[in-house]
Design a protein around this ligand. Structure first.
Ligand code: AMP
Ligand code: GLY
Length: 429
């Protein structure tokens, strides 16, 4: 089969790396890809939102199956377009991708299906939001309804900060994403991510992960796309996984089918494990980045038939096998990220890092120029290792990080600290 992966980040490198190993592959393409992806796939210089060019490329290269990595082409209907052209694709339709693209849509589904989540209000005007706020106590959780590059959530410790956030969102700080604003109850507990494939009816649980969203060690500072992750999440025991499946994932899949917008793709649930049990924080309609980089190395089975089965509606016949080991990834980013940063600095030492046993380096923002590897974005490398525990995987990953010669890059030195501190290590998925 000829396969095309859409996207060019660390998530897509991990997907391309996994899919490239499938015996089903004739030729693998990626649009636009990056320097790492070009080692396992032919990269096409087409942006993930350039739907016309993507359709042309599918025809030109006889593509049998398209795997969509990022959220924005899903939210804008790439899978619908591909389906209209009778090109098979992995990922939800635009209507189903609302689970990520509209927080109020997901909250409404939670209400209808009685899915545990934070209490909330949705507002169309600043006055209505401010009136609701006046009846609450801090901390306040303020969210733009739509996609905002992961930046549309403000946790405000004071009323002034919350009022300012509401003002900014309605004033257009996140464009149309802030036309509606949600105010949520503040949940406390431990966060975990849980991934499941579904074809709209059958559900195949994948695995859990924990990520580190803040730029600074100890989980402080600005929010980022994610500075590191590990899988499995120790808090997702078998019992917790079963509860999440029963109370959150299954009712979501049933609810989406019932409304006539069946969800086909990967469901990425952001969870808060509270003293009252697991609660849904949000859904994403795609694999996480960098969570995908710790899921793929743990897979013993070929992922490709599972992704095709999702598109074909026959997921019920698929089973996947996983390594018991922990995978951990450390993100290396360009100095300055998540604020402004320079592109074009030289990176060396990837071969030495990958020569270590159990280490894989997934590229995010990289490009190669005249044989040199250059940084081409904020998040640039994902140094990924397997180990018997979070502690062991972290040790190996940081040994590999230390072999990377990139003065303009930085990383957090504490990825996995919660799991390492507690010493918890028992969970299956
Ligand atoms: P989201 O983009 O919705 O995942 O939110 C980003 C982060 O904000 C989450 O990973 C949580 O750490 C935090 N967060 C979001 N909603 C809540 C909530 N209701 N209570 C506490 N923390 C939250
Ligand atoms: N790592 C967070 C995300 O992919 O949304």
């Amino acid at each position: 089969m000829n396969i095309l992966i859409i996207g060019g980040g660390g998530r897509e490198h991990a997907l391309a790396w996994a899919v490239a190993a499938s015996p089903l592959i004739t030729k693998l393409y990626c649009a636009p890809g990056n320097a790492g992806i070009s080692q396992v796939a032919t990269c096409l210089p087409i942006g993930a939102l350039d739907f016309d060019q993507i359709i042309n490329a599918c025809k030109e290269h006889d593509i049998d199956f398209v795997i969509v990595g990022p959220d924005d082409p899903l939210a804008e209907g790439l899978v619908d377009r591909l389906n209209e052209e009778r090109i098979k694709a992995f990922g939800p339709t635009r209507a189903a991708a609302q689970l990520e693209a509209s927080k109020s849509f997901t909250k409404e589904l939670c209400k209808v299906r009685n899915i545990p989540t934070a209490g909330y209000g949705v507002f169309d005007t600043p006055n209505a939001a401010l009136a609701y706020l006046s009846g609450l106590n801090p901390p306040f959780v303020i969210k733009a309804d739509g996609l905002a590059l992961g930046k549309g959530v403000i946790i405000a410790s004071t009323r002034e900060e919350a009022e300012a956030a509401i003002g900014e969102m309605f004033a257009g700080a996140f464009g149309d994403a802030g036309k509606k604003v949600l105010i949520e109850e503040f949940l406390t507990g431990e966060e975990a991510s849980f991934f499941a494939l579904t074809d709209g009816k059958s559900i195949l649980p994948l695995a859990s992960a924990q990520d580190h969203k803040r730029v600074g060690e100890g989980d402080v500072g600005l929010n980022t796309g994610g500075m590191g992750a590990y899988s499995p999440a120790p808090i997702m025991t078998e019992a917790m996984t079963a509860e999440v499946m029963d109370r959150i994932i299954r009712p979501t899949v049933e609810g989406m089918a019932e409304r006539g917008t069946p969800y086909r793709g990967v469901l990425y649930a952001g969870l808060m494990i509270t003293s009252e049990g697991p609660k849904l924080i949000e859904y994403n309609a795609r694999f996480g980045d960098p969570e995908c980089q710790v899921l793929m190395p743990r897979l013993r089975s070929d992922i490709l038939p599972a992704l095709i089965a999702v598109a074909d509606g026959v997921l019920g016949s698929v089973d996947l096998r996983w390594l018991e080991e922990t995978a951990l990834t450390v993100v290396m980013a360009t100095e300055g990220y998540p604020k402004s940063y320079e592109k074009g600095s030289h990176i060396r030492g990837i071969e030495a890092a990958e020569a270590l046993e159990d280490v894989t380096v997934f590229h995010a923002g990289t490009k190669s120029e005249n044989g040199a590897l250059l940084a081409n974005g904020g998040r640039v490398l994902n140094i990924t290792a397997l180990g018997k525990s979070v502690t062991e995987a972290a040790e190996t990953a940081y040994k590999a990080v230390d072999l990377i010669d990139w003065p303009e890059g930085f990383c957090r030195r504490d990825i996995g600290w919660r799991a390492i501190d507690t010493g918890k290590s028992k969970s299956k998925k």
